[in-house]
Design a protein around this ligand. Structure first.
Ligand SMILES: Cc1cc2nc3c(=O)[nH]c(=O)nc-3n(C[C@H](O)[C@H](O)[C@H](O)COP(=O)(O)OP(=O)(O)OC[C@H]3O[C@@H](n4cnc5c(N)ncnc54)[C@H](O)[C@@H]3O)c2cc1C
Length: 496
């Protein structure tokens, strides 16, 4: 049996729940469903269960624009974020629209019918839906497995090997020697968290990452909330944080050497005297060429000062029975090895798109206003910022989707599709980010264009102007009424 809804949302994570909120608030009578592959909502914040899992951006911007974050801590733990998303979903009854255990595999657009046919698999059985519009909120990485490079000799190692994406509930690491391989946000989160019970934790990194200490509590935010009330204080704190992070990002781009030296000084101040800062905390790249890591209240540095954690910068030669031999010849003993080696990026949750019988190759599409794809009708997708909170963008994309639907209603349109007919627009990778996990997969993602409206920007204030206030009837967005669309599909000339 095929079920029809007006709008189909794919994914019930932070973005999918946000999209459902915007949609339901704008069109209380429009039907919609959320197809979710897992049997829980929350996405990232339900999946990741490793000790200490937390945000590394502040909740005033990682939270939804429409739902104030009311706890004191701005940098908060994963379970609190999950509760926040669950509460948002339950309060407005959004969760009643979720179809759990529905993994979407294919979505095919028919111009003639002006609708999507979406094929999912639910408990091994096929399930089909049709919809007038798709909001894809499937996140950006594979849920099944994280990235794990093949380490020589790993099969010989007798200890436990754990990937943070599949942290075992029953892993007892009390009194154990742990090596965490990696230097990204997950490793920087795990190391101080594991020192609570482990005998010793070593972070083994091939090369250093920028780590900045920042208070977990936002005192200015708390004052703003006292003065302006919950909603006013939240909005003001949100804009304060947007302004600060935008300013800092621009400073990194324009004066990288000054920021490098600032970050180095801050690290020196946090580390024990005589610590080899230049080997372990001075990356070869410029700040924000890769994602910058955050240490709330300097927890990472405190773990090093306590002597219960250390950082080793070296390369793995091979695993031994009892640990890891390094290229320098040194050996690290380990009862547990955590491979915090990253995610495997995945565009659109692995869905195959097709338009009028032809499969869409994502790498051949271009992103329109950071929210749609060239040649793909009645479709938005959410891919958040890499230099700022994901949700800032997710909220804007949902609002843009709602504005688009309103515009189409008002003008009797049934199809809208971004079309690039400007030959001067060159293509670029969608993400201008040097991190290995991005470089490994970015070739399979849609492309950014060299100029607007095709350029993917990592700039919230500019996106506010484009997505929240920019005109909908841009010449690159082609609208058709149903009869016209049907004629075009059938290549029948319009009656004069
Ligand atoms: C450990 C970790 C920490 C992070 N910390 C931050 C942070 O501090 N700040 C920040 O801005 N960002 C952070 N991020 C990025 C984070 O993923 C986003 O903040 C946000 O949670 C993404 O929400 P989402 O709903 O778009 O995607 P997800 O959380 O990935 O949710 C996607 C949902 O879609 C479902 N899905 C995927 N494919 C399909 C399919 N084919 N069919 C049906 N359902 C599907 C998934 O099961 C999942 O439930 C972090 C990421 C990780 C992994």
């Amino acid at each position: 049996m095929t079920e029809h809804v007006d709008v189909l949302i794919v994914g019930a994570g932070l973005s999918g729940i946000g999209a459902a909120h915007h949609l339901q608030a704008a069109f209380p009578r429009r039907s919609y469903a959320i197809l979710e592959a897992r049997d829980a909502l929350g996405g990232t914040w339900d999946l990741f269960r490793y000790p200490g899992v937390r945000s590394d951006s502040d909740m005033h911007t990682l939270g939804y624009r429409f739902r104030p974050w009311t706890q004191d801590k701005a940098i908060t733990d994963g379970p609190s974020i999950l509760n926040y998303v669950r509460d948002a979903a339950a309060e407005a009854g959004l969760d009643r629209h979720i179809r759990y255990r529905h993994r979407v595999e294919r979505a095919a657009w028919s111009t003639e019918d002006a609708r999507w046919t979406v094929d999912a698999v639910s408990d091994g059985e096929p399930a089909r839906f049709t919809a007038g519009f798709l909001f894809v909120c499937s996140g950006y990485y594979h849920y099944d497995v994280g990235y794990a490079p093949g380490f020589p000799g790993l099969e010989r190692y007798q200890g436990a090997v754990v990937h943070p994406q599949q942290w075992p509930d029953d892993l007892d690491y009390a009194g154990k020697k742990i090596v965490v391989i990696g230097s990204g946000a997950t490793a920087v989160t795990l190391v101080p968290a594991l020192t609570d019970r482990a005998e010793h934790v070593t972070m083994l990194q091939r090369s250093p990452t920028y780590i900045a200490a920042r208070p977990a509590l936002d005192k200015i935010g708390a004052t703003l909330t006292r003065r302006l009330g919950t909603r006013g204080g939240y909005a003001a704190t949100r804009w304060k944080n947007v302004a600060l992070s935008t300013y800092f990002f621009q400073l990194c781009r324009r004066r990288p050497d000054a920021v490098k030296s600032l970050l180095r000084k801050a690290a020196v101040a946090q580390l024990p005297p005589g610590y080899d800062v230049d080997t372990h905390f001075a990356p070869r790249y410029n700040p924000w060429d890769q994602r910058m890591c955050l240490a709330p209240d300097g927890d990472f540095f405190a773990a090093i000062r306590s002597g219960r954690a250390d950082v080793v910068t070296d390369q793995i030669a091979e695993f031994t029975e009892t640990g890891i031999r390094l290229q320098s010849g040194a050996e690290l003993e380990a009862d547990v090895v955590v491979t915090a080696t990253g995610l495997r990026l995945l565009a659109l949750g692995g869905m195959q798109l097709a338009v009028d019988g032809s499969d869409v190759t994502l790498a051949d599409t271009m992103v329109y206003k950071g929210a749609m794809l060239s040649g793909v009708p009645n479709f938005t997708f959410t891919f958040g910022y890499t230099n700022s909170s994901w949700t800032l963008k997710a909220d804007l994309v949902s609002q843009f989707g709602v504005r688009l639907l309103r515009y189409m209603d008002a003008h009797g349109y049934e199809q809208c599709v971004p079309v690039n007919d400007d030959p001067a627009v060159a293509t670029r990778p969608m993400l201008d980010f040097q991190s290995g996990y991005v470089q490994r997969a970015i070739g399979d993602f849609p492309k950014s264009g060299s100029r607007g409206p095709w350029r993917v920007r990592m700039n919230y204030p500019r996106d506010v102007l484009t997505l929240r206030y920019g005109r909908i009837n841009h010449p690159a967005l082609k609208f058709t009424r149903r009869a016209a669309a049907r004629r075009a599909a059938a290549r029948v000339p319009a009656a004069s």
